[in-house]
Design a protein around this ligand. Structure first.
Ligand code: UTP
Length: 292
């Protein structure tokens, strides 16, 4: 089985749930304590063995590219203050892996954004990390998906069990547990944002999939779906109906940085675990909660 070396991060969306700030700060650059969401995603890909990473950006999203570049002004200022070792640390962190950028010129949906990755992907399997979905886990989620891909030899969708209300916003799987497994399913269909009664199961895709290049041929003829956008899930549904996919209920805590509550919760979760400020922050929250 081919090793998974490539990852794609679609990060060109408008982020209308996070207006007004998303007009000038890409949601993929929202901070979790002191690092932007996109740096967590790149680290996850690299720690999963995917050292070639393509970030799909768009107009007014240059901040993402800047983040992964050196910043001579800051470097000089830190060095002058005797903090040169911090410069080394930052340079090391932003220089991991090979990071590429391309622009989605029209915001026509996640499926359309992915078509911009076709020549980068070539004929290899690749992971997709949705740009506003952050997962904290023991084993990086992309690694969990890659292990499943290597075991079963077919594309994998990252799943979680969700409530009926949450299902309306996600994509419901038609899925059956693989005999002998506790968390892997065979997926034979899926439906995006199902109306009540139309859902298959309570299993929904949350932020990570691992695909093969056949998806690009399907995306070429995928018509606009929910919200008038070209939906990646419509293309994956067609693939699942034809060939079947694996559904993996992954280990990890997932946050949607593209929603206000998700953004706040992610910062609470990571804040209390932060090596520098975690303890003080936890104390602060306890005191704050007393007054609620
Ligand atoms: P979302 O559906 O969460 O993105 O897409 P959105 O359209 O920006 O969000 P709202 O609903 O308006 O708040 C999941 C990921 O796909 C990317 C987004 O940047 C996000 O990381 N995306 C979405 C694109 O790259 N291009 C698109 O046309 C749409």
């Amino acid at each position: 089985m081919q090793k998974v070396r490539k990852a794609v991060i679609p990060a060109a969306g408008l982020g209308t749930r996070m207006l007004p700030i998303s007009r000038c700060v890409p949601k993929e650059m929202f901070p979790i304590v002191d690092r932007p969401a996109v740096s967590y995603l790149v680290n996850e890909a690299i720690e999963s063995g995917m050292t070639e990473v393509l970030i799909i950006t768009g107009r007014d999203k240059d901040a993402m590219e800047d983040y992964f570049d050196y910043s001579p002004e800051y470097d000089a200022a830190l060095s002058a203050k005797g903090r040169a070792e911090e410069v080394e640390l930052i340079h090391g962190e932003i220089s991991r892996g090979n990071i590429f950028f391309t622009r989605q010129k029209e915001k026509k949906g996640l499926g359309h954004a992915l078509t911009c990755a076709r020549s980068f992907v070539g004929d290899e399997p690749f992971a997709v990390l949705y740009g506003d979905d952050i997962v904290f886990s023991e084993t990086p989620v992309c690694k969990q998906l890659a292990d499943s891909y290597e075991k079963h030899g077919r594309p994998v969708v990252g799943l979680k069990h969700v409530t009926k209300e949450q299902l309306r916003k996600f994509c419901s799987m038609k899925a059956e547990l693989i005999p002998g497994s506790e968390n892997e399913y065979t997926v034979t269909d899926m439906i995006e944002k199902p109306a009540p009664g139309k859902e298959f199961t309570d299993l929904a895709i949350l932020g990570r999939v691992l695909l093969t290049p056949e998806i690009f041929d399907i995306l070429e003829h995928t018509a606009p779906g929910a919200g008038g956008e070209i939906q990646l899930t419509d293309a994956m549904a067609e693939y699942a109906r034809m060939y079947g996919m694996t559904g993996l209920v992954f280990e990890g805590k997932r946050f949607d940085l593209g929603s206000k509550l998700g953004f706040l919760e992610a910062n609470l979760y990571a804040g209390v675990r932060h090596p520098e400020v975690g303890e003080a922050f936890a104390e602060m929250i306890k005191n704050f909660a007393k007054g609620l």
